[in-house]
Design a protein around this ligand. Structure first.
Ligand SMILES: *[C@@H]1O[C@H](CO)[C@@H](O)[C@H](O)[C@H]1NC(C)=O
Ligand SMILES: *[C@@H]1O[C@H](CO)[C@@H](O)[C@H](O)[C@H]1NC(C)=O
Ligand SMILES: *[C@@H]1O[C@H](CO)[C@@H](O)[C@H](O)[C@H]1NC(C)=O
Ligand SMILES: *[C@@H]1O[C@H](CO)[C@@H](O)[C@H](O)[C@H]1NC(C)=O
Ligand SMILES: *[C@@H]1O[C@H](CO)[C@@H](O)[C@H](O)[C@H]1NC(C)=O
Ligand SMILES: *[C@@H]1O[C@H](CO)[C@@H](O)[C@H](O)[C@H]1NC(C)=O
Ligand SMILES: *[C@@H]1O[C@H](CO)[C@@H](O)[C@H](O)[C@H]1NC(C)=O
Length: 300
C-alpha cells in the first residue's frame, strides 16, 4: 500500500467513525491544587473528546462567543489544564500505526490554522513518529499555554478534523516558603479555568497573599458599636477600637465616668481608671450599662 492510500484510508475510516453530535468536555471551572503531581493521559484520536464550540463545548462555560473568539472555535481534543510537574502521555489511535504522524509544538495561529508540512524539526514533540503510548517531555510543559498539533508530511488533514490540543500548565503561588503549608492552612489554593495560576482564597478570618494574616477585627473585639481597625505593625492580633464618646478602654467596654451609688442597677460598680468604670452584673441580669444612661440625668 502506498503512503498516499494509507492516508486516504485512515481519513476515510475516521470520518466514518467520528461520533456525530457535540462533545461537552468535562471541566472543573475552579480547580484546587493537588499536592501530588498526576499522570494525565490524552487519547490522540478523533473517535471521542473532540469539541468544536470554544465556550459551550470545549470549556463547558456559558458565554456567548464574541466576534474575536469565533476563530477560536475549531475542532480540537478537549483542552487540558495541568499543574506544573504533572506528566502528560499521548496515546495514539491504533489505526494511526502506519499513518506516520508526529506532534508539533505550534503557535496559537498554527493551532488555529493547522501547521503546514514544512515544520521545523526542533518543534517536533517526539523523536519518532507516534505509535501507541508516548510521554511528552517536560521541556514542552513549562508554565503557560502550549499548542500541540498533528503533523504529517502530506498535510494537516487530521489536525483540521480535530487532532490538536491546547495544554495549559499552571503553577501555584500559595506557599510563603517552599515547605510552608498551602495558604498557611487558612485558605484554599485555587485556580479558575481562565486564570493563569493558582492562588490563595482565604477563609473568612484570614487575609494576605498566603492567608498568613489573621483578621482580628473579624472576632469583633470592639464593643458598643465601636469601629475596629487592624494595626499594620505586623504584630498578630493587633487592633484598635475607636470608641464612641461615652465608652473607653481597649475594647470600648468601660463607661466614661465614675461609680456613684446605684449606678449599676443589678450589679456592682467598680472604677477601672479615674475616668472609667464597669458594672459587674448580678446573676440573671445582663446589659452594658445597667440603665445608666436612662437614670443618670434624672437621679444624679
Ligand atoms: C447570549 O445568548 C443568549 C441565547 O443564545 C441570548 O439570549 C443572550 O442575549 C446572549 N447574551 C449576550 C451578552 O450576547
Ligand atoms: C513552542 O512554540 C511556541 C510558539 O511558537 C514557542 O514560543 C515556544 O518557545 C516553543 N516551545 C519550545 C519548548 O520550543
Ligand atoms: C482572530 O480573529 C481576529 C479578527 O478577525 C484577528 O484579529 C486575530 O488575529 C485572530 N486570531 C488568531 C489567533 O488568528
Ligand atoms: C487555550 O486554553 C486557554 C485556557 O487554558 C485559553 O485561555 C485559550 O484561549 C485557549 N486557546 C485557544 C486557541 O483555544
Ligand atoms: C479585649 O477583648 C479581648 C477579646 O476580644 C480580650 O482578650 C481582652 O482581655 C480584652 N481587653 C480588655 C482590656 O478588656
Ligand atoms: C452603630 O453605628 C451605626 C453607624 O455608625 C449607627 O447607624 C447605629 O445606630 C449605631 N448603633 C448603636 C446601637 O449605637
Ligand atoms: C457584689 O458585691 C457583693 C458584696 O461585695 C457580693 O456579695 C456580690 O457577689 C457581688 N456581685 C457580683 C455580681 O459580683
Amino acid at each position: 500500500m502506498t503512503p498516499k492510500s494509507t492516508v486516504h484510508m485512515v481519513v476515510c475510516f475516521l470520518q466514518l467513525c467520528i461520533v456525530k453530535g457535540q462533545i461537552i468536555c468535562e471541566r472543573q471551572i475552579i480547580a484546587e491544587w493537588r499536592v501530588e503531581p498526576k499522570h494525565v493521559l490524552i487519547e490522540w484520536t478523533l473517535r471521542k473528546n473532540i469539541c468544536t464550540d470554544f465556550y459551550s463545548e470545549c470549556w463547558n462555560v456559558n458565554q456567548n462567543a464574541t466576534r474575536e473568539d469565533k476563530n477560536l472555535s475549531v475542532p480540537q481534543i478537549c483542552p487540558v489544564q495541568l499543574q506544573l510537574g504533572d506528566t502528560l502521555f499521548i496515546s495514539s489511535e491504533p489505526s494511526f500505526q502506519s499513518y506516520g504522524m508526529n506532534l508539533v509544538n505550534a503557535s496559537k495561529e498554527e493551532f488555529i490554522n493547522c501547521p503546514k508540512t514544512d515544520f521545523l524539526q526542533d518543534q517536533q514533540i517526539f523523536v519518532c513518529q507516534i505509535r501507541g503510548l508516548h510521554q511528552v517531555d517536560a521541556t514542552w510543559l513549562g508554565v503557560g499555554t502550549h499548542y500541540f498539533a498533528e503533523l504529517h508530511k502530506r498535510g494537516p488533514y487530521l489536525c483540521n478534523m480535530g487532532l490538536r490540543l491546547n495544554v495549559t500548565v499552571k503553577q501555584q503561588f500559595c506557599q510563603e516558603t517552599p515547605n510552608a503549608p498551602l495558604c498557611s492552612k487558612h485558605g484554599r489554593c485555587l485556580s479558575h479555568v481562565w486564570e493563569k495560576q493558582y492562588s490563595c482564597h482565604c477563609f473568612s478570618q484570614y487575609s494576605g497573599k498566603f492567608c498568613q494574616k489573621f483578621n482580628v477585627c473579624s472576632t469583633k473585639p470592639c464593643h458598643n458599636n465601636a469601629s475596629c481597625t487592624e494595626k499594620s505593625d505586623g504584630i498578630r492580633n493587633s487592633y484598635e477600637c475607636a470608641c464612641p464618646p461615652e465608652f473607653s478602654g481597649k475594647n470600648c467596654t468601660e463607661i466614661v465616668g465614675q461609680c456613684q451609688p446605684h449606678t449599676c442597677f443589678n450589679g456592682n460598680c467598680s472604677n477601672v481608671t479615674p475616668n472609667t468604670f464597669l458594672c459587674k452584673c448580678d446573676k440573671g441580669f445582663t446589659g452594658k450599662t445597667k440603665h445608666f444612661f436612662f437614670f443618670f440625668p434624672l437621679g444624679l
